[in-house]
Design a protein around this ligand. Sequence first.
Ligand code: BES
Ligand code: MN
Ligand code: ZN
Length: 491
Amino acid sequence: MEIRFKDISAEKIPADLLALPVRDKPLEEPALQRLDRRLKGKLAEQIKKSNFTAAEGSTLRYSTAGLLPAAHVLLLGMGKGSEIEADSWRKAAAQAKREAATIGAEELAFFLAPGGDPEAAVGPVVEGALLASYQFNKYRSEKRPASALRSLTLFRPGLRKNAAMDRSARLALSLAPGVFLARDLVNEPPSVTTARYLGQQAKRHCRGRGLSVEVWGRKRIQAMNLAGLLAVNRGSVEEPQFIIIRYKPARARKRVALVGKGITFDSGGLSLKPAKSMETMKLDMAGAAAIIGAMSRLPELGPTLEVTGYIPTTDNLPSGSAQKPGDVIRYLNGKTIEVLNTDAEGRLILADGLALAAREKPDCIIDLATLTGACMVALGNEVAGVFGNHQPLVDRLIRCGREAGEKLWQLPLVKEYREELKSSVADMKNIGGSYGGAITAALILQEFVGDRSWAHLDIAGPAFAEKEMATCPKGGTGFGVRTLLRFLSSY
Ligand code: BES
Ligand code: MN
Ligand code: ZN
């Protein structure tokens, strides 16, 4: 997709689809009035007839029948309010991209309406249009029409492209393939995305220009004593893998460790989930996918940080050899966990990843995991929970998430709740009481990060779209990729 910037007015720009963000009282917008004059008042008529009030998310499409250089006009409701937020731009552009697809438009022109700082709008608009172009069609016999835009032209009279606009357009263009890779990895059926497949994909997408991948199989995992991963894997016929992705630029100012939950399918193990809860459990490697997707873009972005991704991966299945409630795991840092529920498996494998990461003494550790249903109960489908033992790290992640259009909300590490993790035989059990499940899970993770600065993102809600969203079809969302890449570029 080619991105262009143009100093031109709406009634002069040629395009297949001309997208015009409009606010509160559409008929009072000068740009729209000028267009309407060229359209002989028909647009105003249509607005009145259809009761289009420019409510956020509403749209109105009108065919210009040769009266304008643009074939169709699309009004995008931006709601009221004094300032248009980044996320509204992102969603509006995504909507425009979708409308373009339905009418087969290849040249989209997007009006950077007044009321927004054009410089702030460029990034989200380009990003929204790109993200909305994702499809996962591999398993459909009737392919949905490919809907690539040939060009996206951002325009407004007097618009001058500057370095900041160029930079944000480029950033959006370089993030998108990472998001799409993460979506693909999650969307693949769970019998395709096995631990070994994940390792192969990491190798395929993360190599060259400072990136390298190492994948450990069972032997090495045993030798390294990654006891949590081995315990969860006991019910499986697939070999567990431990993936390490390294990014080493010539000069590094800091060392960051990323740890991702890579459960390729979560049946619950012997503590079996009900069928309904299993339907989407291929999503349980979304943390791993976000790390692979993000790290695959590092050579392109070139941050001056050393980044190491640690991904423990296996499926979680019941069988005659599966781990049992009551089993105890002894970890490489000496701590022991009594497994009372085999469905609380994410923390068991993350413990290995965190302990291994902490041993290398990085400046900070960030883990991403579809860890708890409790976090979804608390924050719903669009917001990830973030926990951490170092507030500046948490604040920075929240800020990068806000810029990226990925919502993070901090939840507390309530030390009083450690009581609930007391085990009668081991240092702790792997489940707490009935309440605050996202917190007790995070408290278990905290036991494995030693004295490192650490943040934990519980992405159980936003990792997977159960209904279509503006910037994403149903399925894997690639949540975390954009936040991580902004975070890594922020030093
Ligand atoms: N992978 C699930 C968490 C999850 C649930 C992610 C729904 C996305 C959507 C995790 O392994 C799990 O099963 N957690 C249990 C923990 C419980 C047994 C303490 C849960 O949340 O029910
Ligand atoms: Mn589980
Ligand atoms: Zn799980």
